[in-house]
Design a binder for this molecule. Structure first.
Ligand code: SF4
Length: 423
């Protein structure tokens, strides 16, 4: 029996802007196993965060998930929808995208929860930390009681509530039990004096303590999958280490799966079991930590690893990946490898097609038996065959400013641009 909790298949998210359609997530597929920490790494703008938001159904307009499947293992839901929506059920898995909206919303908390990058802007500054966590606990209790009709604090607010709140401005929406659970959660994430600190406001917390409180809030629903989106980026280095240790401890104690999004390969190396490397809205390489760190195939992965300073053998200068992330406007993407203008091994073939997501050791010179390692894959012609220097592109082939080929190819990716249903 497979041990995945999540199977993401061919996920596509578009932003419909005045400039045109932006392909922020473009055919992303990966699995997350039960109780593992799965890392997603890449530069800013590579699509990591939008991928996470797409999985938990939090993409805002003008963005929209236009295609793909998010299969989530939940035997109860599978049983409930097997007759009603057979296309949304596969064994013990349900395709979250095909479930009714109320059910999808109810999954946020008990099934999927999120820790965002900047705790200061993620919490309401005018409500105490304890109250905010207790609200999350309360919301999860209501969602469990009635998974098909979940309402946020403001939905269905109405005139009566408005009048009562005007007379009793400090009226609480949470029960004593939820407040007690919030204090337990604060204690669980290592906040000293949780009873007192629960009554403090976010500005009275340090960055590290507030990030702990955010994690407590995310744990309120006892999620199966915790999405941690750059959870330590806004923190200084010593606090980063504490938060990462906390995440690891909680993940082991609670048996959760974690999707850890970061641009920091050091964080991936320290925390993750398997990893997907994203570039230009695609996963360009994925595999176990050992596969990707010890035997990287995609030149982008190699470039990321090569840009890490080596304390044993310090280079006189850091080695960045030259160039910029390409435009993700559909009309400008073309039918080619999107890393080609930054790739030191780019060949003519790389400009004629989008490479397959091939088994990464399927190259005879690497001793492959032709079957490849299904786990370790890369979207690069070098996953399919050896580098051929005779095909190398001449220096200056790409415009240094725009990254566009000197020989324009034009056109979009060989398909019709998708129509925004909201138009
Ligand atoms: S497909 Fe070609 S251009 Fe793209 S990363 Fe691989 S070698 Fe470089």
């Amino acid at each position: 029996m497979s041990d995945e909790i999540l199977r993401v298949r061919d996920l596509r998210t578009r932003f419909f802007t005045e400039e045109g359609q932006v392909n922020a997530v473009d055919g992303v597929s990966f699995d997350v196993k039960n109780g593992e920490i799965y890392g997603i790494v890449g530069e800013s703008g590579s699509g990591k965060s939008v991928t996470a938001l797409s999985i938990i159904d939090l993409v805002d307009s003008p963005g929209r998930v236009t295609a793909g499947e998010v299969w989530y293992r939940n035997a109860d839901l599978a049983e409930e929808f097997r007759g009603e929506r057979p296309e949304a059920v596969d064994g013990d898995f349900v395709d979250v995208r095909r479930l009714p909206e109320g059910v999808r919303r109810a999954l946020r908390g008990p099934s999927f929860s999120t820790v965002f990058q900047d705790p200061m802007s993620s919490m309401n500054p005018s409500i105490t930390v304890g109250e905010q966590i207790a609200e999350a606990v309360e919301a999860q209790r209501r969602a469990r009681a009635n998974p098909r009709r979940t309402r946020s604090r403001t939905q269905g607010y109405g005139l009566v509530n408005f009048v009562v709140d005007s007379v009793v401005p400090s009226r609480s929406y949470v029960s004593t039990e939820s407040r007690e659970r919030a204090i337990e959660l604060l204690e669980q994430v290592g906040i000293p004096d949780p009873v007192d600190r629960a009554d403090e406001y976010p500005h009275q917390f340090s960055g590290g303590m507030l990030q702990r409180a955010m994690i407590a809030q995310a744990l309120a629903g006892e999620p199966d999958v915790l999405v941690a989106d750059e959870p330590t980026t806004a923190l200084d280095v010593t606090i980063q280490a504490q938060i990462l240790n906390l995440l690891r401890d909680l993940q082991e104690r609670e048996g959760m799966s974690v999707i850890l999004i970061t641009h920091d390969l050091g964080v991936i190396a320290r925390m993750c079991d398997r990893v997907g490397v994203m570039y230009a809205g695609e996963v360009v390489e994925r595999g176990t930590l050992e596969d990707v760190f010890e035997n990287p195939v995609h030149p982008y992965t190699r470039g990321l690893l090569g840009s890490i300073p080596d304390l044993e053998d310090p280079a006189p200068r850091l080695r960045p990946i030259e160039g910029n992330v390409p435009s993700l406007l559909d009309a400008e993407m073309g039918e080619r490898c999107y890393f080609a203008d930054r790739c030191p091994m780019a060949m003519e073939e790389c400009l004629t097609r989008i490479p397959e997501f091939a088994a990464a050791d399927d190259v005879p010179s690497r001793g492959s038996n032709g079957e490849g390692d299904a786990e370790h894959r890369a979207r690069c012609v070098l996953a399919e065959r050896d580098y051929d220097p005779s095909q190398a592109l001449p220096d200056g082939y790409f415009d240094a400013e725009s990254g566009a080929p000197a020989r324009p190819e034009g056109g979009n990716r060989g398909r019709e641009s998708e129509v925004n249903a909201d138009d």
